[in-house]
Design a protein around this ligand. Structure first.
Ligand code: FE2
Length: 195
């Protein structure tokens, strides 16, 4: 892994996952359900995260980073303004246990994993992943959607927020008949930036 000195400290990444509790997805859900295939394809055509393993996913990126090695280079995509009032309360609820003084979102995306598809085993290998917590919130899911972390399978239930270990080997399998949709975000505490 290419370690670049960020001014952020490294975070404590869980072995497999960390259950962060339930979140209220009630306001966001109708907007996500209303997304059309064209919305997903438009987002995917302009995606910033076209990484190996993700070929079968569709993604609407809302925040991303200029430099994958440093979360402090994050920026908003134009659609973030439209979504933030629905997304930010969920992110705030999910991260309560971290006790952050100045939480900042480095990446935010909605990702669809179509029925019967998978994300191949891979690691999120760039150094920036060491400085943020990676959090998944299922918005549309099924018990036959399994995340594998270091070979251990688990299902993230609807309406819960779980941090996952994305720096070690992981994959996702959707063996259901529905298109899985997750809100995925990465977060750090700007109060911990070193001078
Ligand atoms: Fe990944």
């Amino acid at each position: 892994m290419n370690i670049v000195a960020s001014k952020l400290p490294r975070v404590d990444i869980p072995l497999h996952y960390r259950q962060l509790g339930t979140v209220d997805i009630g306001r966001l859900l109708p907007r996500v359900i209303a997304l059309t295939e064209e919305d997903w394809l438009k987002g995917t055509r302009g995606r910033r995260n076209a990484f190996p393993g993700l070929e079968q996913t569709k993604t609407i990126n809302l925040r991303f980073v200029e430099n994958l090695d440093d979360p402090l280079t994050s920026y908003s995509l134009p659609d973030f303004e439209d979504w933030k009032a629905l997304l930010c309360p969920i992110c705030d609820q999910a991260i309560v246990s971290y006790g952050y003084k100045d939480p900042q979102l480095s990446k935010v995306m909605l990702t669809q994993l179509p029925a019967g598809t998978h994300i191949k085993p891979h690691t999120d290998a760039r150094a920036g992943n060491l400085y943020t917590h990676k959090i998944h919130v299922p918005l549309v899911t099924h018990r036959d959607v399994l995340f594998y972390s270091r070979g251990v399978p688990f299902h993230i239930p609807l309406g819960e927020a779980w941090e996952v270990n994305n720096v070690d080997m992981h994959s996702v399998w959707n063996q259901s008949r529905i298109d899985r949709v997750h809100l995925i975000f990465e977060i750090y505490d700007a109060a911990l930036i070193r001078a």
